[in-house]
Design a protein around this ligand. Structure first.
Ligand code: MN
Ligand code: MN
Length: 473
């Protein structure tokens, strides 16, 4: 037994600490260099499609091949599966049989943004400009998306199936786009009395795109027609092509260091590309693979995991069938069932960090802070755990043991105060497949804003934590 009260407290109590105190100069270089690589990934992965492309590049550099390139899968093989260019699975086949299940880290690579409407382009004659109408995707605070430089990324698929890539606003020489807010001088009646959700309304999120009229007396909409001509000259598209396009309006510019001490990273879509990237890095650095290690990037989490690229689809079943088919040839429904039942998963997603100016929304003892390590979230949901995956105590104990044995610093968190609000992740959809799953991520400030903030120390240990889980026997 401890000798005095101070030792007794140390011995028995649990209180996560600021992990920077334990990071020496040498370690800090490792942490900062990991962050630099992540900043590069995040800056060039502004959409779910781009995230898949960048991930595929990293996978191929590390010896992974598409499943179609394999005739048969054997232990140690590195393989990936891409679903409709928007979701992805990457696997290292373990020494154990596939029916013993996988260790899974699943995250999502879609992020809140503004999409274009199907007929977005119009000319405002009084304002003398052309604009693009948008329809927001996911839970945004609309007022955060005005008066800030925006980029356009995505694909136009022409009638004959030809894809056209569009990416404008990231190169310093590129133009950017903007949604203009109302000036304060005239906001008093029209805008000042509006509630927060309607400070900017959906139909007011119109993107400024051009102002020069086409030099042609015959044309009625001169600015709009000039935009169409510019698009046609550069991309060989016409107005109807917008109907089969997925063009996403996102914050322009790179992610970057935040703070005098450079301890943080600010950028668009840490939620949830930070978990996706960390799991990808973890997978490429595994030392042992007794169990099959699987990472999954889902699309559509921000709108409820719907659709055939989201977590509430048969994508996981499809991954398992493909792997079993290449591994065993003939396999039974029971092989498939066993592989599912014996799998264990982490749902990789971010948590709210304690916001220093809005502390009252958190129960501080059950909230996460930047720089205190991974966040174990036993359950998400809203109110009385409605719509939550509530991880079993036995499973939480296993995860806690893996992290403690591998010196991974961790803390715990609820989304906020019990009756304050709520939300969910992909966890419950994995649970529906009879897989044990728990949410493991890092704290973040300004979630769903154009410039979210994370700690570099948390980021580094997130990847280390995922690695220790993927390697677990
Ligand atoms: Mn998320
Ligand atoms: Mn989110």
């Amino acid at each position: 037994m401890p000798e005095d009260d101070q030792n007794l407290e140390e011995e028995l109590s649990f209180s996560p600490e600021n992990i920077w105190e334990k990071i020496d100069k040498e370690k800090r270089d490792v942490v900062f260099s990991f962050a630099d690589d992540y900043i590069e990934f995040l800056s060039s992965s502004k959409t779910e499609r781009k995230s898949v492309e960048e991930a595929e590049k990293i996978l191929r550099e590390n010896g992974f091949k598409a499943i179609s390139e394999y005739d048969q899968l054997r232990p140690g093989d590195k393989v990936y599966i891409i679903n409709r260019n928007k979701s992805l699975a990457a696997v290292i086949i373990g020494e154990d049989e596939l029916s013993k299940g996988c260790n899974i880290v699943a995250s999502h690579i879609d992020a809140p943004r503004l999409d274009l409407k199907a007929r977005p382009l119009y000319e405002d004659k009084e304002a003398s400009v052309a604009l693009l109408q948008t329809h927001y995707y996911g839970g945004i605070k609309k007022y955060q998306w005005v008066s800030t430089p925006l980029a356009i990324h995505g694909k136009v698929i022409k009638e004959d199936g030809t894809p056209v890539d569009i990416s404008i606003g990231e190169d310093p020489k590129d133009p950017v786009f903007v949604i203009s807010d109302l000036l304060p001088h005239l906001s008093k009646k029209k805008q000042s009395k509006r509630k927060m959700k309607k400070v900017i309304k959906g139909e007011e999120l119109n993107l400024l795109i051009a102002g020069i009229p086409i030099d042609d007396e015959e044309v009625e909409d001169k600015v709009k027609t000039n935009v169409l001509k510019l698009l046609n000259d550069k991309y060989d598209i016409k107005e109807e092509d917008f109907t089969s396009a997925e063009l996403e309006i996102v914050p322009a510019g790179n992610s970057r260091d935040v703070g005098l001490d450079r301890s943080m990273i600010g950028g668009y879509a840490h939620d949830d590309r930070v978990c996706a990237y960390s799991s990808l890095k973890a997978l490429t650095e595994l030392n042992s693979t007794k169990k099959t290690a699987l990472i999954i990037f889902f699309d559509k989490e921000e709108i409820g995991s719907e659709g055939n690229t989201g977590a509430n689809s048969d994508f996981v079943n499809s991954i398992y069938s493909k792997l079993l088919d290449k591994y065993m040839g003939d396999y039974t429904m029971q092989d498939h069932r066993n592989m599912m039942d014996n799998s264990k998963a982490l749902s990789g997603d971010v948590s709210p960090g304690i916001n220093p100016s809005f502390k009252s929304v958190h129960d501080i003892q059950n909230a996460a802070s930047l720089g205190k390590g991974l966040v174990i979230t036993k359950f998400t949901g809203a109110g009385g755990k409605y719509s939550a995956n509530d991880a079993h105590a036995e499973y939480v104990a296993l995860i806690r043991r893996i992290f403690n044995e591998n010196d991974i610093p961790w803390q715990t968190s609820e989304l906020g105060k019990v009756d304050e609000g709520g939300g969910g992740t992909v966890a419950k959809f994995l649970a529906n497949l009879n897989i044990d799953v728990i949410d493991i991520g890092i704290p973040l400030l300004g979630m769903h804003s154009p410039f979210e903030v994370i700690s570099k120390a948390d980021l580094y240990y997130l990847s280390q934590g995922y690695k220790s889980f993927l390697e677990a026997e």
